[in-house]
Design a protein around this ligand. Structure first.
Ligand code: PHE
Length: 346
């Protein structure tokens, strides 16, 4: 067989195999075999040393042409395999737009946060500003300047978590009254102070060692108890519905005089008497009263010139009453089944 024939045979064999290659890997192997240093083509080139110059020219040219043709067969096959791969993927990866999508769940604000926002809005609408105080409070502001000296029996009701003898977790938001009065130095005051409070209570369905309150305080020259009643009547209607009434019952707080417990007509029966209001027609919602002269004068206000009212509202209690929630602990468990029930409200 002449060298020319051998070369053409190699070409035929290589191109046939290349055109039959079914993967890039297979193609790479074939290319390495036919184009590499030890390929049949390279062997023939080596053996050309013994040929005449004339033959060398002719055969060298042919060998080069064969090489180029094998190379272009590889290039073509590579392009074909790539196109086939893309087509295969296009077929297998088509998206079925009729399949149900993935649901992304959006959280809701906590029912207590909603109550805080709503109550704040109601009082801001009446000209109040929002005040804050620390949760770790001095005994002086939490008790003493609120007319509860050391050893006063009223401390028992709120026996609390002490950090040192004179520092405790605040038992009520009322110390914000003292802080605000001291800060305003004799000027009129109209504030609402939301925040956490702490008491050494046993945790049960209606008590928690930590809960939240709103403190309201208004101090000016002509404030009367009817201002307090009008304010609370409006608040209760906005919060619980237009037909709600309130009533004042005499009570006792050391820092207000007179002091009252405030009841709302039952939302369930409207006042006729049912299981929710224990047949009384009324539900207790908050404590309030006229600021005690001792509290005013301790903070530098002349009680003969200035008067004021204050009230304290339990945030959990208001939320429980509005939504018919029967266990305070639900608020703190972070159970989605509970929290999701408040989706989309307000
Ligand atoms: N601080 C009182 C309590 O926690 C509530 C209250 C506030 C009563 C303001 C009267 C005036 O029980």
């Amino acid at each position: 067989m002449s060298i020319q024939e051998q070369l053409l045979n190699i070409e035929t064999e290589a191109v046939t195999k290349i055109n039959a290659a079914n993967s890039q890997v297979e193609l790479n192997d074939l290319r390495a075999f036919y184009m590499g240093k030890k390929s049949p083509l390279a062997e023939i080139m080596k053996s050309m040393a013994t040929l005449s110059i004339e033959d060398k020219k002719v055969i060298g040219k042919l060998a080069n042409e064969v090489k180029v043709r094998i190379e272009s067969a590889v290039t073509e096959r590579r392009a074909y395999l790539e196109a086939e791969e893309v087509n295969k993927r296009l077929k297998s990866e088509t998206i079925d737009v009729t399949l149900p999508g993935k649901e992304f769940k959006v959280g809701t604000s906590h029912p207590l946060s909603r109550t805080i926002e709503e109550v704040q809005e109601i009082f801001i609408g009446m000209g109040y500003s929002i005040a804050e105080g620390p949760e770790v409070e001095v005994d002086l502001y939490n008790f003493e300047m609120l007319n509860v000296p050391k050893g006063h029996p009223a401390r028992d009701m709120q026996d609390s978590f002490y950090i040192t003898e004179n520092l405790l977790m605040r038992t009520q938001t009322s110390p914000v009254q003292v802080r605000t009065l001291l800060e305003k130095k004799g000027a009129p005051v109209k504030i609402l102070a939301p925040g956490k409070v702490y008491r050494r209570d046993d945790d049960d369905a209606t008590h928690s060692h930590q809960f939240m309150q709103f403190e309201g305080l208004v101090v000016d020259k002509h404030i009367t108890m009817s201002d307090l009643k009008g304010t609370l009547q409006l608040f209760v209607q906005k919060m619980f519905g237009d037909s709600r009434k309130i009533r004042f019952k005499p009570s006792y707080f050391p820092f207000t005089e007179p002091s009252v417990e405030v009841d709302v007509s039952c939302f369930k029966c409207g006042g006729k008497g049912c299981s929710m209001c224990k047949q009384s027609g009324w539900i207790e919602v908050l404590g309030a009263g006229m600021v005690h002269p001792n509290v005013l004068s301790a903070a530098g206000y002349d009680p003969k010139v200035y008067r004021g009212f204050a009230f304290g509202i339990g945030i959990e209690r208001v939320t429980m009453l509005r939504h018919g929630i029967d266990d305070i602990r639900n608020f703190y468990l972070n159970d989605k089944r509970f929290l999701e029930q408040f989706k989309g409200e307000n």
